[in-house]
Design a protein around this ligand. Structure first.
Ligand SMILES: *Cc1c(COP(=O)(O)O)cnc(C)c1O
Length: 344
């Protein structure tokens, strides 16, 4: 039997509609700007986030890196969360490839960076100091539990950035989860930012790719940096075609993933010993007390033996992610597996 894969929403498979769109996509050489399908995806993506232009990139990591390289010169400083994906999980690319000095501010439990911390971290014009150039936010915030930031908060950070002449980048890998969970248009979350990256390849089910969006001038620079990094692709419309289907048909249904995450969390809460976080979107994080004699590796192995795949994010802490490939019976089956393991 096919395992129930709750490790991540990156395991989603392209839909039938995507495979058909890919097979018949009209393509051209995108390094020349001549792939009509890529161009259409980029326009659609820019419109979805209310920006002038978009750039199709192979991954969210490259989208973020390109944005940082356009915003910051070598030795300039960016303010990032100490639990952000950019800081923790992108191989230090900003530093290794851009010479960008990163300053980590504590992510609050709700995923935000405190306005007072941001303000205090902005450097004075002093001969000793690196130049503060950029603030990076993440929405939804992965490490903090898939939590979302509100439009009001993003607006406040935008005001602060403008007041000090800083740029604001949003790592919106799961931006549409943040919008759907709040019942708002994604543009409400992106209006205050100068640039935003979002992934097509996670809950939206496209096989590959992300889009970086910003002003026309910003994207013109980003296009050059993408080429420098080796991310200029040729007949990429084959991939972009799936991205178009993702943006046109897969956003609203994210609410189903959120509902199943709540169902899963409510079920797990009934089990003695499990300490379950309230899910905000499609991620369920939990820990457990001493009454359960398993470490995370053992519990994951026990789950796998029951046909459920899970991932650990810290000692005695596991993350379960709902997505397009998970239906109601998978949630029931997962809860049965937990009950079987924990009642032994
Ligand atoms: C997945 C993810 C990325 C990077 O995306 P890849 O396509 O895997 O490179 C960036 N930020 C966050 C918050 C993510 O979850």
């Amino acid at each position: 039997m096919k395992p129930i894969d709750l490790r991540s929403d990156t395991v989603t498979q392209p839909t039938e509609a995507m495979r058909r769109a890919m097979a018949y996509a009209e393509v051209g050489d995108d390094v020349y700007g001549e792939d009509p399908t890529v161009n259409r995806l980029q326009e659609l993506a820019a419109e979805k986030v209310g920006k002038e232009a978009g750039l199709f990139v192979p991954s969210g990591t490259m989208g973020n890196l390109i944005a940082l390289l356009v915003h910051c010169r070598r030795g300039e400083e960016m303010l990032v969360g100490n639990r952000s994906h950019i800081f923790l999980s992108e191989r230090g690319g900003a530093s290794a490839l851009g010479g960008i000095h990163s300053r980590q501010l504590p992510n609050q439990p709700d995923g935000s960076l405190a306005l007072s911390d941001l303000q205090a971290a902005i450097r004075p014009d002093d001969i000793h100091d690196p130049v503060t150039r950029l603030i990076c936010l993440e929405n939804t915030h992965n490490e903090c539990g898939g939590v979302y930031q509100s439009p009001q908060y993003v607006h406040q950070v935008g005001e602060l950035a403008r007041r000090y002449g800083l740029s604001l980048h949003l790592d919106g890998a799961r931006l549409f989860n943040a919008a759907v969970a709040q019942g708002i248009d994604a543009r409400e979350l992106t209006a205050p930012v100068d640039s935003v990256t979002f992934c097509l390849s996670k809950g939206l089910c496209a096989p590959v790719g992300s889009v970086l969006c910003g002003s026309r001038a910003f994207i013109a620079e980003a296009r050059k940096v993408r080429k420098m990094l080796g991310g200029g692709m040729r007949q990429a419309g084959i991939l972009a075609a799936a991205g178009i289907v993702a943006l046109e048909t897969m956003i609203d249904r994210l609410a189903e993933d959120h509902a199943r995450a709540r169902w899963l969390a409510d079920g797990l809460k009934q089990l003695p010993g499990l300490l379950v976080d309230e899910p905000a979107t499609n991620m369920v994080f939990f820990s457990w007390d001493e009454s359960i004699p398993y470490d995370e590796r053992r519990l994951i192995a026990e789950l796998r033996a029951q046909g459920v795949l899970a991932g650990s994010v810290a000692p005695r802490r596991i993350r379960l992610v709902t997505h397009y490939g998970i239906d109601d019976s998978d949630i029931e089956q997962t809860l049965r597996a937990f009950r079987a393991i924990l009642s032994r």
